[in-house]
Design a binder for this molecule. Structure first.
Ligand SMILES: [Cu+2]
Length: 234
């Protein structure tokens, strides 16, 4: 028995709406955020990776460059700064434009600014940066807000486990050898073959990958697991 197309598509759309993407942004070491603009959906996360240099991430508003937006996020700097390679994770609540800057003196004025979901005309990041260059100083909040600091290792551990599940799914498809994706089924050979067919279907993997490129590996792994589970039920 095969998964019917409507069932597999609705499973995929369910999965894709529940998966949030992460967007990695490197802070420094020069006076720059890389990338300086990001497109994110509601529920996505921004993970700011600190280089071992003194910078911070401070949320702003378009009309008030280099000035802290009350209630916005702030990663801390100086004595509050996450040590060395720590990361600061912010969850994006909606698709409204977000502007941020580094509040270390002179950095915002020198162009250390970034944006999320900023428009390509009107209130652009370039407009924000040129207005920032004309300000005389920057606001530095008193306490970390609006995000979570974590060790770098903790952040990369979760992404490497996603990669591991993706590669074990690939292994099941390529060689039919038993893997975690096929375990728990009564007939490992037949079920891993079915899982491989589901995972290899151009329609399902192509759709999942294009929906959320940042999570392609995770989606791929989940699809393979769903395929294995369905195979186990028949
Ligand atoms: Cu800075």
């Amino acid at each position: 028995m095969h998964l019917s197309q409507p069932v597999s598509l609705s499973l995929l759309s369910l999965l894709s709406t529940t998966l949030a993407a992460n967007h990695d942004i490197t802070v420094g070491p020069a006076l720059v955020f890389t990338p300086n603009t990001t497109t994110a959906a509601a529920g996505d996360t921004l993970t700011f990776h600190f280089n071992p240099s003194q910078h911070d991430i401070t949320e702003s508003e378009f009309g008030k460059p280099c000035d802290y937006k009350t209630g916005g996020f702030y990663s801390g700097s100086g004595s509050l700064a996450p040590a060395g390679n720590d990361v600061f994770v912010v969850t994006v609540n909606d698709t409204q434009p977000i502007y941020f800057y580094c509040s270390v003196p002179e950095h915002c004025q020198a162009g250390m600014v970034g944006g999320v979901n900023v428009p390509t005309s009107g209130d652009t990041l370039a407009s924000y940066a040129s207005a920032a260059a004309k300000t005389s100083d920057s606001t530095t909040p008193k306490a970390i807000a609006g995000g979570v600091t974590k060790p770098e290792g903790e952040a990369s551990a979760s992404s490497s486990s996603a990669a591991a599940s993706s590669s074990s799914a690939s292994a099941a498809g390529a060689s039919s050898k038993p893997s975690s994706a096929a375990s728990g089924t009564s007939s490992p050979v037949a079920s891993s073959g079915t899982a491989a067919a589901a995972a290899a279907s151009p329609t399902s993997t192509g759709t999942a990958a294009s929906l959320r490129d940042g999570n392609a590996g995770v989606v791929f792994g989940v699809v393979a697991l769903v395929g294995a589970a369905v195979a186990g039920m028949v």
